[in-house]
Design a protein around this ligand. Structure first.
Ligand SMILES: *Cc1c(COP(=O)(O)O)cnc(C)c1O
Length: 333
């Protein structure tokens, strides 16, 4: 990847003349079955630009209560777009079409205008659950019928593709905007590509520029994305399998509790509530043994697999997590 970056043909992205960035955008747009794409510095900027283009101040957007938009984008939609966020209660980031339908407000002088609905495929903070295609499409169709735009936060969309075999363009079909992250499972240092219609991308570009996201010789970065699409896609299936292996190896560990659908993609979430220690303390204990997991809230641990963790690494991670759980259980028992 570093070599591909060094060799990249470059131009000026701001004027649309960086050939490598243009090639990446065209490639991702094709992957998602969209007319056009725009290279962004991050997935966060993709979500923000998609919201800013498709809403106006005083509007409301609908997301799930575990979503990245709601929890970890520093309230960008509110701070920059003047948009309020309606977060639907979910257990694992998947809401139902009925919930979506009920959350869309009837036009009323006194109510915010429901403008956009977002689906996160796969879910992130809630453990990598995979949205069922039929449910996504029902939500898309409900949104359309009620005059809302439909958006896919596809940070890990390609992990869902690897898990289900359903093409990315099938998931994205009929949605107004969708993006993939290059810096998650694809292993690039920087970047994401936001796609939609030509008109949408023209407006997204305006926001990218306004937010300070326009670049110059971005081909150096885009080359990493093209390299990843050529060489790292197969790895996503391996990452998914590794999360499953980690889950299987940890099954039955005292004090750890798994949701039934845990480990569907490249994320394995579990609760350490049964150990009686805060998740942050459990994560620190694992890190002291060389295994990095993330504490989410006071009880949940999230383990994410990726191209830097091979099968032997998974076995070691499982051994450390199990040993730490057993040690804590013994100390407290
Ligand atoms: C990581 C992530 C983002 C943000 O992407 P960045 O490239 O880190 O800004 C958005 N949504 C989801 C679901 C994510 O996992």
């Amino acid at each position: 990847m570093r070599e591909a970056m060094a060799r990249a043909e470059v131009g000026d992205e701001q004027s649309g003349s960086d050939p490598t960035t243009n090639a990446l955008c065209a490639r991702v747009a094709d992957l998602l079955g969209m007319e056009a794409g725009v290279f962004m510095p991050s997935g966060t900027m993709c979500n923000l630009a998609a919201i800013l283009v498709q809403t106006r101040a005083g509007d409301e957007i609908i997301v799930d209560d575990q979503s990245h938009i709601y929890n970890t984008e520093a309230a960008g939609a509110a701070a920059i777009g003047g948009v309020s966020v309606r977060a639907l209660p979910t257990r694992n980031g998947l809401y139902t079409p009925e919930q979506a339908e009920a959350a869309i407000r009837a036009p009323q002088r006194t109510a915010p205008r429901s403008a956009l609905i977002s689906v996160e495929q796969t879910t992130s903070f809630s453990g990598g659950s995979i949205w069922d295609l039929a449910a996504m499409r029902r939500i898309r169709d409900i949104a359309r019928a009620r005059g809302l735009k439909a958006h896919i936060d596809g940070a890990r969309l390609l992990n869902a593709v690897a898990a289900t075999g359903i093409p990315a363009r099938t998931y994205a079909e009929g949605f107004d905007s969708a993006w993939i992250d290059l810096s998650k499972g694809l292993g690039c240092p920087v970047g994401a590509v936001l796609c939609g219609s030509h008109d949408f991308v023209t407006e997204a570009w305006r926001w990218k520029y306004r937010l300070g996201g326009a670049m110059r010789q971005s081909g150096v970065l885009a080359a990493a994305g093209l390299y990843a699409l050529d060489h790292h896609i197969d790895q996503l299936a391996e990452d998914n399998a590794n999360a499953g292996r980690l889950g299987a190896a940890l099954a039955g560990t005292p004090g750890l509790a798994f949701e039934p659908e845990a480990g569907q993609s490249n994320i394995l979430s579990f609760s350490v509530a049964g150990l009686g220690v805060p998740a942050a303390a459990f994560a620190d204990a694992c890190l002291a043994q060389g295994v990095r997991v993330r504490a989410l809230g006071s009880e949940q641990i999230r383990a994410t697999t990726h191209l830097d963790v091979d099968r032997a690494g998974i076995a070691r991670a499982a051994a450390v997590i199990r040993a730490e759980a057993e040690r804590i259980a013994a100390e407290r028992g």
